[in-house]
Design a protein around this ligand. Structure first.
Ligand SMILES: NC(=O)c1ccc[n+]([C@@H]2O[C@H](COP(=O)([O-])OP(=O)(O)OC[C@H]3O[C@@H](n4cnc5c(N)ncnc54)[C@H](OP(=O)(O)O)[C@@H]3O)[C@@H](O)[C@H]2O)c1
Length: 333
């Protein structure tokens, strides 16, 4: 198999709008010990990357020349010394666990530590694989591992049209629990129902989420809330939770300070996916969960749009920030 030493790579030199993302030809060093070189077939976009680009992520980008991108699917082209679990030709996905500025995968070729690369079944299409790891591992880690979701639980998913939200609807269904989805726009209601939401609460100023959640659970409240939004609305979510229930905060789409609900007893978790699967054993279990779900059809990544060409990355970021999409945005380099 031939390897190239050039990689078309998306970089940005300053924080700002999508237009700061530009494609450069970079020399790619051969993989060193413990590293693998991948030919990238598809990139899955995440809100975190728009936040990094604009300077609003929880850490700042390293400028100039910051890389970006957590998720990719591709094929191994070359391996460095000591790599024995992966070989050229293996289909893989990138299980994000790195600093975006130094290891971001928006490129047609990347060199990464073998520890962030997971072999994928050949039957899993690259577009599906690029859209799967971060969303499903976040929903699985937050709901199953941290919140201990059980069959029959009611689970309120805020920002449910997001990549993680659409995955969470399926993860809740797979556990025999009941997903209640929120969106700000009526336009997305039917799609969320089609994806498996048992109920959709449209929040654009009309509906009180806490009141609706209690109405849908005969006054009891939901056992778990999975919240992507934070901000002052977080406090109101406390009113949606049954006594002793669990609120998992994993996103901060509302950039205002988050207010803690005080209707105790209540458990609040701050969930970080990058820290959720620290050992190879944890990662093996998350991969087992994902690939079995993709194989039996209970997990089906919702793809909002596929863009062809790294040059279209600014367009893809613009779509993400328009919030008109449902599910994952994918770019094929
Ligand atoms: N902690 C972790 O480990 C972890 C892992 C993955 C993602 N995240 C975080 O999770 C969040 C979602 O990420 P994603 O990539 O799945 O998002 P995404 O696909 O970009 O979708 C975001 C959706 O949320 C809604 N939304 C956007 N801004 C909002 C606001 N200010 N208030 C209320 N709703 C808003 C919109 O849906 P509607 O218009 O339908 O309301 C939008 O379509 C981000 O904050 C991301 O950083 C955290």
């Amino acid at each position: 198999m031939t390897t190239s030493t050039t990689a078309r790579t998306v970089l940005f030199d300053e924080t700002g709008g999508p237009e700061v993302l530009r494609v450069h030809d970079l020399r790619l060093p051969a993989p060193g010990p413990g590293e693998v070189q991948l030919k990238v077939e598809a990139l899955g976009l995440n809100r975190a990357e728009a936040l990094l680009r604009s300077g609003a992520y929880y850490y700042p980008p390293t400028l100039p020349g910051s890389r970006n991108g957590y998720e990719a699917a591709g094929v191994v082209e070359a391996v460095g010394g000591g790599v024995t679990d992966l070989a050229p030709g293996d289909p893989v996905l990138v299980a994000a666990d790195f600093h975006l500025s130094t290891h971001g995968v928006y490129a047609d070729r990347v060199v990464l530590p073998e520890t962030v690369v997971v072999r994928r079944p050949a039957a899993v299409h690259p577009v599906t694989a690029a859209a799967a790891w971060l969303t499903y591992s976040t929903a699985y880690g937050a709901l199953q591992v941290v919140a201990g979701m059980r069959p029959g639980d009611h689970v309120l998913i805020t920002g449910a049209s997001s990549g993680v939200g659409t995955a969470a609807i399926q993860v809740v269904r797979r556990a025999g629990a009941v997903p209640i989805a929120t969106t700000r726009t009526e336009v997305k209601r039917q799609r969320l129902l089609d994806l498996g939401a048992a109920h959709v609460v449209v929040t654009d100023g009309e509906k009180d989420v806490a009141k609706e959640s209690r109405r849908l659970t005969s006054g009891r409240g939901v056992e778990i809330v999975l919240d992507a939004i934070g901000g002052p609305g977080f406090q109101e979510l406390g009113g949606a939770v049954a006594p002793g229930g669990t609120l998992v905060s994993y996103g901060w789409l509302d950039l205002r300070p988050t207010v803690l609900p005080m209707n105790w007893p209540l458990t609040v978790h701050g969930y970080a996916n990058l820290a959720a699967f620290p050992t190879p054993e944890d990662r093996r279990r998350a991969a087992g969960y994902l690939f079995s779900g993709l194989a039996d059809g209970s997990l089906r990544p919702e793809i909002a749009e596929v863009f062809d060409g790294l040059d279209r990355m600014p367009e893809a970021h613009r779509l993400m920030e328009s919030n008109t999409h449902t599910g994952k945005i994918v770019v094929r380099p």
